[in-house]
Design a protein around this ligand. Structure first.
Ligand code: PEP
Ligand code: MN
Length: 375
């Protein structure tokens, strides 16, 4: 059960203390307080864990400072919707708002190779009005002999260049909790020219100790990718690990499933699950068309498969697109065969805008139909 308190409830105030004293006396119930500091207001939610079936929603609702009570119906206590459409999905990070209604494109390098390519990429993004990117410094590779990423050595120039080109958020995969400290140190050393969204890759979706460590920090949001060989429910529970440790600025990423059913694509595209994740949870949903498709193949209609599946995700309501670009894909150290060229960025963004527009029209149409049915 979740008690949602009135906005800006003072934790030193009399009413709040009265509430906490009351909750402390409930038998077999533990409380966990979560505070979300937004730009406009501070929100407090109290999670009641234990024998909550014995509690009545009406009684809880009448307690001091309690605005609303939500009975938890599913596993995902914090991130779940619990059939409550009114709880917000938005969070803000470094001036960018993420929610189930927004859409942001994170085009960039799968792996950072050198400062020249980083700068060319970022310049292209700025020229196209983009404020987010992806940059891989720590690369989990199938072979131990493959390039593992430049790691912390490339962070200072990546962050400085990001700042120079007006990038607000860099999505960056980490594979070990030490990487969080390295990123934080590099941001400090360079004077915080940009922000970082920590990415947990598909190979680490169920690395619970990593999830707990990343969940304990609340300064950076997290993009958690779905595990490529586990159920959706298992991956959503992995996201809940982050939230249960305190970080709810979580975006859920679909990137295709490992199954030869998807051949000749690298993975079986699972973007039909965009609306499913939005129904089950309050997380904004990201799609990664590059790691799903894995090639630059195109259909007879001249549209690249990467762009086809991007449009499929966006028309289904995706909120973020993580996509590989490279100034010279043939020279890329990782995943060159799936990278789009900088000359294709404007086209890609135009194609995304068409799909987004279609999604917005579909949503308006559905709303209209529902209102007619109800009247
Ligand atoms: C990536 O985004 O660079 C990556 C390795 O993705 P995934 O974890 O989905 O394979
Ligand atoms: Mn990659």
């Amino acid at each position: 059960m979740i008690l949602i308190l009135e906005p800006n409830t003072d934790h030193q105030g009399h009413a709040y203390r009265q509430l906490m004293d009351y909750l402390a006396k409930l038998p077999n119930i533990k409380t966990r307080v979560h505070q979300e500091v937004g730009t406009q207001q501070i929100l407090t939610e109290i999670y009641l864990v234990g024998d909550t079936a014995a509690l009545s929603v009406e009684d809880m609702q009448s307690l001091p400072t309690v605005e609303r009570v939500v009975r938890v119906s599913q596993e995902y206590r914090i991130l779940g919707r619990h059939r409550d459409a009114t709880r917000g999905t938005a969070f803000e990070y470094n001036g960018v708002t993420f929610s189930q209604d927004h859409l942001h494109v994170f085009a960039g390098l799968c792996a950072v190779d050198n400062p020249e390519h980083v700068e060319m990429m970022l310049q292209a993004l700025q020229d196209n009005g983009q404020v987010c990117t992806r940059m891989g410094a720590y690369k989990p590779r199938t072979s131990p002999y493959a390039f593992q990423g430049h790691g912390k050595n490339c962070l200072p120039y990546v962050f400085e260049l990001a700042g120079k080109y007006g990038i607000k958020v860099v999505a960056m995969e980490i594979t070990h909790e030490n990487h969080v400290q390295e990123i934080r140190a590099a941001l400090e050393q360079t004077g915080h020219p940009t922000g970082v969204m920590l990415q947990i890759g598909t190979r680490n979706t169920q690395n619970f100790e990593l999830l707990k460590a990343v969940g304990r920090q609340q300064d950076m949001p997290v993009l958690l990718k779905r595990g490529f060989g586990i159920t959706l429910e298992e991956s959503l529970n992995a996201a809940e690990y982050l939230a249960s440790e305190g970080n709810r600025k979580v975006i859920f990423g679909l990137r295709g499933m490992k199954s030869n059913m998807g051949d000749p694509h690298r993975n079986f595209v699972d973007f039909a699950h965009v609306p499913v994740v939005k129904r089950l949870t309050r997380m904004p949903v990201c799609i990664d068309p590059s790691h799903s498709v894995g090639t630059r193949d195109r259909a007879p209609d001249n549209i690249l498969d990467v762009m086809h599946v991007t449009a499929q995700g966006v028309i289904a309501g995706a909120n973020m697109i993580l996509v590989d670009f490279h100034p010279a894909p043939e020279k890329a150290l990782v995943d060159g065969p799936q990278a789009l060229r900088l000359s294709e960025l404007a086209l890609f963004l135009q194609d995304v805008a068409i799909a987004r527009n279609a999604y917005e029209q579909r949503r308006a149409l559905a709303l209209e139909a529902m209102q007619k049915n109800n009247s």
